[in-house]
Design a protein around this ligand. Structure first.
Ligand SMILES: C[S@@+](CC[C@H](N)C(=O)[O-])C[C@H]1O[C@@H](n2cnc3c(N)ncnc32)[C@H](O)[C@@H]1O
Length: 289
């Protein structure tokens, strides 16, 4: 299987300004932040970074740590735009800003795959604050947005309001992704496109345990059952797990082989503005027609 590099280019409201020495400097609208980035082992372009704040990690590699602010930053968040979508960026205790800018090329790719489709049915699993859901909705899709966290779904609905998309056909569901998909299979439902962005570890609303390595095979098998010969795409991203893109590519190939179309896998990257170098952020596998 051929490895593909999918690259996020800077846009008006987001850019990876510089990275190196285990950290990265990014701009989110008018605000700039420094965050840990263990893969940036090279030297940065500049050693004089001017930021509004920095996330200083704790001793625990997977969590802990806190934001330190050097200049005033709106604690309640501030609006950002990506194409037709408006959403709130906010410093979260999880070291990110409440959305994942490296997903932008994924949103564009999925929208391209929907070209010419009439009111396609799409699903966003582990949808978090909903930017992917709104990106697809703005392209004309009827959406099902699934996340285990009531708070995340509320934030996603608020982003729909901010985007002027509160009346779009979007079902906002606080559900366990695995259970919901299995139920959709039993109901004989079909979709034109599915986006899955599962965390390494999570909990459903009923305290169902989600563990990527053990849960993914069944979830991919079930997603396949929801797609048919007229479907357009299935896109899986995996972050922060010791796993090769080929592993998720082969998993997808096994389950999707009978569906025709193309399977690809590779790395999701963000282009640094200072020198154009590519910072890897996730691995992905995708099926499309
Ligand atoms: C932040 S997003 C995914 C981004 C990225 N993949 C990561 O690991 O950080 C993870 C989302 O999955 C949701 N989630 C976790 N376990 C879940 C489950 N069992 N069913 C549905 N959503 C779940 C969380 O509420 C969260 O919004």
């Amino acid at each position: 299987m051929q490895l593909v590099t999918l690259t996020g280019e800077p846009w008006a409201d987001y850019g990876l300004i510089d990275c190196g020495n285990g950290r990265k400097l990014e701009r989110y609208g008018d605000y700039r932040f420094i965050r840990p980035e263990p893969q940036a082992m090279w030297a940065p372009a500049s050693d004089a970074w001017d930021a509004h704040g920095e996330f200083v990690p704790g001793s625990d590699e997977d969590g802990g740590g806190r934001w330190q602010y050097h200049q005033p930053t709106p604690r309640e968040g501030w609006p950002l735009n990506w194409r037709e979508v408006t959403f709130t960026a906010q410093n979260t205790p999880f070291r990110h800003l409440g959305f994942f800018p490296d997903m932008a090329p994924v949103w564009d790719w999925m929208r391209g795959k929907l070209d010419g489709a009439h009111a396609p049915e799409c699903m966003n699993l582990f949808g978090y604050t909903g930017v992917g859901t709104l990106a697809l909705s703005a392209a004309g899709a009827n959406m099902v947005h699934v996340d285990a966290s009531k708070k995340s779904v509320e934030a996603a609905r608020n982003n729909a309001i901010l985007s002027g998309m509160a009346d779009r056909p979007i079902r906002w569901l606080v559900e366990d992704a695995g259970k919901f998909v299995a139920r959709e299979v039993r109901r004989g439902r079909r979709y034109d496109g599915i986006l899955l962005d599962p965390p390494k570890y999570g909990r459903g609303p009923g305290k169902e345990i989600w563990q990527l390595e053990t849960g993914l095979p069944q979830l991919i098998a079930d997603c396949r059952q929801l797609l048919d010969e007229n479907s357009r795409f299935c896109f899986l991203t995996v972050y922060a797990v010791r796993m090769s893109a080929l592993a998720i590519g082969e998993l997808m190939r096994q389950h999707f082989a009978d569906l025709g179309g193309t399977i690809e896998c590779g790395e999701l990257t963000v282009r640094e503005e200072a020198r154009g170098l590519l910072l890897p952020t996730a691995i992905f596998a995708r099926w499309s027609r």
